[in-house]
Write a protein that binds this ligand. Structure first.
Ligand SMILES: NC(=O)c1ccc[n+]([C@@H]2O[C@H](COP(=O)([O-])OP(=O)(O)OC[C@H]3O[C@@H](n4cnc5c(N)ncnc54)[C@H](OP(=O)(O)O)[C@@H]3O)[C@@H](O)[C@H]2O)c1
Length: 448
């Protein structure tokens, strides 16, 4: 009888030589082979072993030497190299972006070989396309494919669920507005990879609309009370002392997908070999989640800060919509984003000094029965907050690595496979506790 070959590595970090990839290595090394860790073996993958070697040196400079970590050469333009990589591991952490350019063949290789896949994409079209193309086969082959396991969109997903769980029956939420505030005493900057992904997202916005038109309509959750009316473009949130404007990120889209899957599966998704204890925990967890309308705004302490965000959005939106404009944006990112994105990325000091606060202002009804009355207006407000270190290169690796550890530790309690959102997959697990232990806090701020 032919022997089934077991994967050699618990985790492979693909794109480990990238700006984010090297911070992901650094975070992963903290958990490699520690007592009781399910994470015993790691390999790094990318196009160049010398770049992987430099990244590993950089990432291990603050801990012990990890010279024995192997390198795997794989390129997204060479599908056999991706299949070879995928067949050697239980789980791939994909940091190769923009995902619209490079993500599809990596997901294809994982689905084909049945290995699990997590990434840090914040690109809705890529995520929805992967769902459309690979979901069924991923379920069949037992490959769990979860995008947005970084700052996009775990704080939004888990922040909304945390707010939702503060509403004790008969109280129900109607809407939750998230206000993201980025803080630092140095300048706040992102790397070119994220900027390029955002510019390409703007350029291809019509493709996302087209994809959605070609797909069956998603189920919508039933939310008590009227839908929120569109407010003014710039909002002054007096309670938080913030000015805010809508943030066109992936967060609200990912949250809506989670709520839609939950509508179809009110007790969440059963694990492939789930034990009774976990099945009970899963059902209990989802029974506490009450769906709400959800939006995200970027906030600043003064109105000038909001004008700066609007100027940045307009610049990317206008120039990103035609090819010469995109060339200018991608050639001179720093000029057109007023220093917010750089080809060289932020310095380590800038990364270390930055942080975020994401406030979740939930409004709803003290009693669900009030919601169905004519002209019903919310009478209750619950404010919660998620707070953590710099978003792209500290918070994102923390989240990705904690999601990975759950996959390694709890595989039997996770769905067999499928292309799914982080909220629906990790909701009933201890991800929030794990994030809290690693510097990302969830707090109840006020109730009235
Ligand atoms: N969710 C979040 O909040 C979040 C946070 C940070 C980043 N991100 C996303 O992560 C992605 C990466 O960003 P970044 O700033 O780290 O970019 P980056 O520094 O440019 O890194 C890109 C990585 O992809 C690799 N790569 C490029 N083309 C490849 C190919 N054909 N085959 C194999 N590998 C290839 C590069 O390898 P080489 O070293 O060989 O060039 C590099 O390792 C972006 O999409 C960004 O939006 C998301």
């Amino acid at each position: 009888m032919a022997q089934v070959q077991l994967p050699t590595y618990d985790i492979i970090i693909f794109g480990a030589s990238g700006f984010t990839g090297k911070y992901v290595i650094r975070e992963a090394l903290k958990f490699l082979n520690t007592p009781n860790s399910p994470f015993k073996t790691l390999a790094l993958a990318g196009r160049s072993s010398s770049k992987l070697s430099d990244a590993l040196k950089w990432a291990s400079s603050t801990s012990t030497s990890h010279s024995t970590i192997p390198f795997i050469i794989a390129d997204t333009s060479d599908p056999p190299s991706l299949r070879r990589m995928a067949s050697q591991t239980k789980l791939i952490l994909n940091c190769v972006g923009p995902f619209r350019h490079y993500g599809d063949p990596v997901v294809a290789a994982c689905v084909e070989t049945g290995c699990d896949y997590l990434d840090i994409s914040g690109e809705p079209e890529f995520m929805e396309k992967m769902e459309a193309v690979y979901h069924e086969r991923a379920v069949e082959n037992g490959s769990l494919v979860v995008s947005a396991c970084g700052f996009d969109s775990v704080p939004a997903e888990f922040g909304l669920m945390f707010n939702s769980r503060q509403w004790v029956s008969p109280a129900v939420p109607n809407r939750v507005e998230a206000y993201l505030s980025l803080e630092s005493d140095k300048s706040i900057a992102g790397n070119f990879g994220t900027f390029e992904s955002a510019v390409l997202g703007v350029a291809n916005a019509d493709k996302l609309a087209e994809l959605r038109r070609s797909r069956p309509k998603r189920s919508r959750p039933s939310i008590p009370g009227p839908a929120p009316v569109k407010g003014s473009t710039i909002e002054h949130q007096k309670e938080l002392g913030l000015w805010a404007v809508k943030l066109p990120s992936a967060d609200a889209i990912v949250v809506r997908r989670t709520l839609s899957t939950l509508t179809d599966n009110p007790s969440g998704l059963p694990g492939v070999n789930e034990d009774d204890k976990h099945a009970e925990k899963r059902k209990e967890f989802w029974s506490t989640i009450k769906p709400a309308h959800f939006g995200v705004k970027i906030a600043a302490k003064n109105v000038l800060g909001v004008f700066a965000f609007i100027a940045l959005g307009l610049c990317i939106g206008l120039l990103g919509s035609f090819s010469f404009g995109r060339w200018l944006l991608l050639k001179f990112p720093s000029v057109f984003t007023f220093g917010a994105f750089r080809k060289t990325g932020p310095t380590e000091e800038e990364v270390a000094s930055a942080s975020f606060k994401m406030w979740f202002v939930g409004s709803g009804f003290s009693d669900a029965s009030l919601a169905s009355r004519e002209g019903a207006q919310p009478d209750t407000e619950i404010i919660t907050r998620v707070m953590g270190p710099e978003i792209g290169y500290l918070t994102t690796p923390i989240i990705l690595v904690q999601c990975a550890l759950i996959v390694l530790k709890q595989r039997q309690n996770l769905p067999k496979g499928g292309v799914l959102t982080p909220g629906i997959v990790f909701g009933p697990f201890d991800l929030q506790d794990r994030l809290q232990e690693n510097g990302i806090s969830f707090d109840l701020i006020s109730e009235k």
